[in-house]
Design a protein around this ligand. Structure first.
Ligand SMILES: Cc1cc2nc3c(=O)[nH]c(=O)nc-3n(C[C@H](O)[C@H](O)[C@H](O)COP(=O)(O)OP(=O)(O)OC[C@H]3O[C@@H](n4cnc5c(N)ncnc54)[C@H](O)[C@@H]3O)c2cc1C
Length: 460
């Protein structure tokens, strides 16, 4: 590691914010995926935009790579630093800088988690709706263009960011966007950084849209004999224009795991939809009426809905614990999560094909996901055998290719990192990829920002 750089970082930020301890470096050598870890030479804990600006400027001067680190929950090797260098941890930047209830927006430091933000907002009548399963930071969510169960109603992080502050590769601080709901001026630099995975700049502050907590919320569960009926019902609900709050699919295997893990009573290990209805009481009743009729028409096995907050919370807790339920289902196995997405009309064909791929692989791989967006996860349980990882990768690749062949994307929400780079040439137009490379070289001419990620064949 570059001793001069570490000395300079310690001199600028103080000893307490720079660590070369093995345990700290190990913790920053990987995210939650299966990609080979690689140790950073040092970890810097930033507390402010100025800390980030000083760190990035010093790395640039020393030509040392730097990878931003939020909570490390990303799944495609995003935070692993293959070339070593500095891991810049923003998880201590957790301030809510302002809340504007009248305009329904707020400004936060990038290291705050959505859970902490919503806890802080609890008395305002407002909330922030983007809810990926991991306890992620807002900066990490922006960098991976994350979404969650509520995207079908409230959009992904992309639709909920009004502006941000970012540090560029040379250490300059750039403020983008503003507090207005729309603006027709300038290039959209805010959204250039959303999904850039720390390769174009380090986000330090974010201006977020907030939403009123709905007056009325109801949840429903409906089970089906077949997966095709469940998917067809989901598609009908969307095509009828029901403004559904959440629409999640769990296949028979995921239900088996979740029933055991979350002690869900009265449900069977069958393909199941979890639904949430939000709005005024009248609108919620109307939505429930339409969905109940669709369910009946599609052969759903009953339609059970409830407004009791505890029962609702238990249902959505079970959904959010789906990943942990899978790990508990096969003790000693690890989990590899795909997030292929296709146009809604191709969803049924994709899921049926993926079920056949899983059967052929001989692996256990529950399916759970945000079918309301055409996106779902296959949680491939990786056996602790010498060939386990190889078999899981083979299935993961098959699922991605199937989605691409149906006009989809290799990643609906997890992002590219190290893991999905090979698919970018299949998914994107060559001229578009060229423009991406030009942007990267223009904004980061020394290639210090999270090198080796996102663009295929790109390194320093
Ligand atoms: C159990 C589980 C469930 C999940 N469910 C979902 C889901 O439903 N939807 C979903 O979208 N994702 C999901 N994920 C993936 C993960 O939570 C998201 O990718 C999340 O957005 C990552 O945030 P993070 O703070 O952990 O970022 P990290 O993992 O720390 O970093 C991710 C990437 O962003 C960059 N980065 C981090 N902070 C910044 C910053 N401030 N500025 C610039 N770049 C930065 C990093 O360099 C890296 O490239 C899940 C993960 C797990 C483990």
């Amino acid at each position: 590691m570059n001793i001069d750089l570490i000395a300079a970082l310690r001199a600028r930020l103080g000893d307490g914010q720079v660590s070369t301890a093995d345990a700290v470096r190990e913790q920053h050598s990987h995210g939650e995926g299966h990609h080979a870890p690689s140790m950073p030479g040092a970890v810097v804990f930033a507390r402010s935009t100025d800390d980030v600006a000083q760190s990035v400027a010093l790395c640039n001067a020393h030509r040392v790579p730097l990878a931003a680190f939020g909570a490390g929950t990303s799944l495609e090797g995003h935070v692993n630093p293959p070339e070593g260098g500095i891991s810049l941890d923003l998880s201590r930047m957790t301030d809510v800088l302002s809340v504007n209830p009248k305009d329904m927006d707020c400004r936060v430091q990038a290291g705050i988690t959505r859970q902490l933000l919503n806890h802080t907002l609890r008395d305002t009548g407002l909330f922030f709706p983007v809810d990926p399963g991991g306890e992620a930071t807002i900066g990490g969510m922006c960098a991976t263009r994350a979404s969650g169960t509520a995207a079908v109603r409230y959009g992904t992080i992309r639709e909920n960011v009004l502006g941000l502050t970012a540090v560029l590769a040379d250490g300059r601080v750039m403020r983008t966007g503003g507090r207005v709901r729309k603006s027709s001026t300038g290039y959209d630099l805010t959204h250039l950084l959303i999904g850039s995975e720390g390769t174009l700049g380090v986000i330090t502050e974010v201006q977020l849209r907030l939403h009123p907590i709905p007056e009325s919320i109801a949840a429903a569960v409906v089970q089906f004999e077949t997966l095709s009926e469940a998917v067809a019902t989901a598609i009908d609900i969307l095509q009828f224009g029901v403004p559904i709050g959440r629409l999640e699919l769990l296949d028979d295997v995921q239900m088996d795991a979740s029933i055991r893990y979350s002690l869900l009573s009265g449900l069977r290990a069958l393909p199941t939809l979890f639904l949430e209805f939000v709005g005024g009481p009248e609108s919620v009743r109307e939505q429930i009426g339409v969905v109940e009729a669709i369910v009946e028409d599609r052969g759903g096995l009953g339609f059970d809905w409830q407004t009791d907050p505890n029962q609702r919370a238990a249902l959505w807790r079970a959904r959010h614990h789906a990943y942990w339920a899978c790990l508990a289902y096969r003790p000693g196995y690890s989990a590899m999560t795909t997030d292929a997405i296709v146009p809604i009309s191709a969803l049924g064909e994709l899921i049926v094909g993926v079920k056949a791929d899983i059967a052929e692989s001989g692996l256990t791989a529950p399916i759970v996901g945000h079918v309301g967006d055409g996106n779902f996860h296959t949680i491939i349980l990786v056996p602790p055998t010498p060939d386990g990882l190889e078999r899981a990768w083979a299935l993961d690749r098959k699922i991605v290719r199937r989605a691409l062949a149906l006009g989809g994307s290799c990643s609906g929400e997890h992002g590219v990192g190290l893991g999905k780079r090979e698919f970018l040439t299949d998914e994107h137009d060559p001229v578009a990829l060229d423009v991406m490379r030009v942007l990267k070289r223009t904004l980061d001419p020394n290639g210090i920002l999270n090198p080796g990620k996102m663009l295929p064949g790109e390194s320093r």
